[in-house]
Design a protein around this ligand. Structure first.
Ligand code: NI
Length: 170
């Protein structure tokens, strides 16, 4: 297993559209394992393949407090959604930034598991938010794009400053 470098907003590669996985083969299983390790180490509660510059429809999520309930979803698709909720979100590609985003309150997601079997998951609260956030990454969208233009400019400036400080330190 290995840790994968995470792209930082506004890296243009975060805008790429992920392709569906045709075959859940060894390379996909390895990718999912590396993504899970990267997510746990970060630490984060979700990671999309887009964020590690692999443009395939794979996401990993673990919203449990005990960090032992890993969900791997291949080709995830929201098939039902209802209600609204507003939740403060963060993202491993936008470090140190948290803001409120409105999403569906409850979703049903269809996906393939690591054995290539079709499954569905019904979720609400944090898991529903996380599923919507990660699935959105696969279509090239980062949560801050829900915020106002002014906020996005401020976030870009803040991240550019952080990157400069990190570069100076290295
Ligand atoms: Ni994210």
């Amino acid at each position: 297993m290995s840790l994968l470098p995470i792209l930082r907003f506004p890296d243009p590669r975060l805008k790429k559209i992920a392709a569906p996985v045709r075959n859940v083969d060894e390379s996909i299983i390895r990718l999912a394992r590396d993504m899970a390790e990267t997510m746990y180490q970060a630490p984060g509660i979700g990671l999309a393949a887009t964020q590690v510059d692999v443009h395939k429809q794979v996401i990993v999520i673990d919203t449990s407090e005990t960090r032992d309930n890993l969900l791997t979803l291949i080709n995830p698709e929201i098939v039902e959604s209802e209600g609204r909720q507003e939740c403060e979100e963060g993202c491993l590609s936008v470090p140190g930034i948290y803001d409120k985003v409105e999403r569906a309150e409850r979703v049903v997601v269809r996906y393939l598991d690591l054995e290539g079997r079709e499954k569905t998951i019904e979720a609400d609260e944090l898991l529903a938010v996380c599923l919507q956030h990660e699935i959105e990454h696969l279509s090239g969208k980062v949560f801050v794009e829900h915020l106002s233009r002014l906020k996005q400019l401020r976030i870009k400036a803040k991240l550019a400053k952080q990157a400069k400080i990190t570069a100076a330190r290295d």
